[in-house]
Design a protein around this ligand. Sequence first.
Ligand code: UDP
Length: 334
Amino acid sequence: MTVVVLGGAGYIGSHTVDRLVEKGYDVAVIDNLITGHRAAVNPKARFYQGDIRDRGFLDRVFGTETNVEGVIHFAAFSIVPESMENPLKYFDNNTGGMITLLEAMKDHDIKRIIFSSTAATYGEPKQIPIKETDPQIPTNPYGESKLCMEKIIKWADKAYGIKFVALRYFNVAGAKDDGSIGEDHHPETHLVPIILQVAAGERDGLKIFGTDYPTKDGTNVRDYVHVMDLADAHILALEYLKDGHDSDAFNLGSSTGFSNKEILEAVRKATGQPIPAEDAPRRAGDPSTLIAASDKARKILGWKPQYDDVEEIIRTAWNWKQSHPKGYNDRGEA
Ligand code: UDP
């Protein structure tokens, strides 16, 4: 039996593929390599380059990979500010891509999907920590595109019996602890890798977006999970569906919040670098505080995150950064 991982050359996808291979699963990866990296894919996984919006391509892959026990779907755009400027790009790839994928799954009789959803589906929360049953009112098109995916799949489950697990990620950071794979976005927009670029001398300083939020120090508060712990949750979710359980959604977070200034301090400690920073205006679409209630995933999926120290998470990212100063170095840049 094969697990097909869409977006398996991306940051979270490549770590999940690595873990699946390590655990002995047979893995096939689909990725269009727009944001992913071929070198990030574990060589024991079969690789198909193509786009999830291309129905003919999906048919060819599912025609070759005929024994699929489930798909894990990461192939999506995920940058909040970009989604504010170009919402249709997000609805086309994320929401539209999901429809094409589900049609192909239906026709090839594939009945299980684990997919990346996000804390951004909740929008500005009414209460902290956020529970899975809380209202989902996104404040940006990225979150809305993912919420649409959640809604579409519920109906596909009812009509075609495609069982799903939606995993609502909070903030992800870190890298495999041997430093062989890690986070490499072009351009980079996420907080931890940006601060590490400053630590490495690639940027002059960090701009802290917004210092007047109603939080402990005025900066946004986020909940960070190690990428390998996230990878494990996908495998547990697949096994949960294979055991015959019903479709569901789970938050994946640590249940602890760190402000942007606290993350900056943690990176200063983990790297030993001074890291200059300046206050900057708010970034459009950012909710003030996002902290997960993650007891549901722990209880029902049996999820046990291995990393509970944010500095330790940052150290793994710094290890990757130092061993790969240019990331995968596959974008033809000097
Ligand atoms: N952020 C920041 N400066 C940066 C990049 C991000 O202050 O150069 C802030 C951002 O406004 C948010 C937090 O860091 O409050 C996390 O942002 P990120 O893009 O990493 O993840 P998101 O929460 O959008 O998924």
